[in-house]
Design a protein around this ligand. Structure first.
Ligand code: NAP
Length: 344
């Protein structure tokens, strides 16, 4: 594949007021890159994504299982050839959730963030990451300390840009103000957002637009709920069968009635439900990139096609609004609600 072909397949969007462009779709390595994944499958997914125009890969210290495994696997893929494209790639990682024992193995302290980034770089065999995130809000660590640690990573040349994830609108504004003062503007916010989890529409998107910060929503397919895969039960190997982050209690009669109705609307647009769910998120130009997971190349190929169909008629939007109703599936709500991480 020639470079020009690779870069013509996916639209790109500028990230806030920065010089960074993101592909409209980003591949996340939270799941499907654990120790039960073969190197061959992982490598095929990452290379196919890159060939489809996805040059942004989203990781975190704790993605696996076990913790760190996704970064190690990605490091092997880089070492086996992808790394020759390092200057074309955006590689993101994060620290915030529990990673190792003791008080410096999670949260928002300078001690944790600094050590974790060094470990991430070693696992991936990199000198720097493109974006380093505070993975969640830590109400008991001064915001100046957490943002100071992000800015220090940039000053040390270990990260080029910084981001926050699952911060409330007020905490995002505070983070952005502190980072501006430190001369390292907040590049991007990573919140949960999908047809069934719409909290960012209330205030966060307005704050991000005002601060000129990009937005990369994750779990855009609601971990698979916003696709047609659970309409007739639980397919073998699907996330809902793995006793992990997908709670089977989400599959209620009410939820599936909405999924069925949305599936009909998608068919009317000539899309699959997964595609419409992605297009719908990208309908808002304040969204920089839709951050997706995929367990197969087929899913990736289906999903990429959605990025070129982001126009919706007023009738379609109204029909979707009647069924795009929050389903209490947001596992990350406690971060923006400011719940304490440590009880000592
Ligand atoms: P998602 O896109 O909502 O869910 C991905 C899953 O949906 C896939 O594993 C697959 O499930 C299913 N799927 C994908 N395409 C499909 C299609 N065309 N048809 C049917 N099913 C399809 O996203 P996610 O994996 O929950 O999260 C995406 C990324 O966001 C993560 O990898 C991570 O980078 C990031 N993330 C960040 C945070 C944070 O706190 N910042 C939290 C969560 C996620 P099956 O495996 O069942 O096939």
């Amino acid at each position: 594949m020639s470079l020009s072909e690779r870069y013509q397949q996916l639209p790109m969007r500028r990230c806030g007021a920065s010089g960074v462009f993101l592909p409209a779709i980003t591949l996340g390595l939270w799941q499907n890159f654990g120790s039960d994944q073969t190197y061959g499958n992982a490598s095929e997914l990452v290379w196919r994504a890159f060939d489809l125009g996805i040059f942004h890969f989203d990781l975190a210290n704790n993605y696996g299982p076990p913790f760190g495994h996704a970064e190690e696997l990605f490091g092997k893929i880089l070492a086996s050839g992808l790394g020759e494209h390092r200057d074309e790639l955006l590689i993101s990682t994060k620290a915030g959730y529990a990673m190792w024992d003791g008080p410096f193995g999670e949260g928002g302290s300078r001690k944790y963030l600094t050590a974790s980034l060094d470990q991430s770089l070693r696992r991936m065999g990199l000198d720097y990451v493109d974006i380093f995130y505070s993975h969640r809000f830590d109400p008991d660590t001064p915001m100046e300390e957490t943002m100071g640690a992000l800015a220090s990573a940039v000053h040390a040349g270990k990260a080029l840009y910084v981001g926050v994830s699952s911060y409330s609108p007020a905490a995002t504004k505070q983070a952005s103000t502190i980072l501006d003062d430190l001369g390292v503007p907040l590049l991007i916010h990573q919140p949960s957002y999908s047809l069934f989890n719409r909290w960012i529409e209330d205030e966060l998107l307005d704050v991000l637009a005002a601060e000129e910060v990009g937005c990369i929503p994750f779990s855009v397919l609601a971990q698979g709920l916003a696709t047609k895969k659970y309409l007739d039960g639980f397919p073998d190997g699907s996330r809902a069968t793995q006793n992990g982050s997908f709670d089977r209690a989400w599959i209620t009669g009410d939820a599936m009635a909405h999924v069925r109705a949305l599936n009909e609307i998608a068919s009317g647009r000539g899309q699959t439900l997964a595609q419409m769910a992605i297009s719908w998120v990208l309908r808002d130009q304040r969204i920089t990139s839709a951050l997706l997971g995929a367990s197969s190349v087929r899913q990736l190929e289906e999903n990429v096609a959605a990025a070129s169909a982001v126009e919706f008629s007023a009738e379609e939007i109204a029909a979707i609004d009647a069924h795009a109703i929050d389903q209490d599936i947001d596992l990350w709500e406690s971060s923006r609600m400011g719940e304490s991480i440590f009880t000592v």
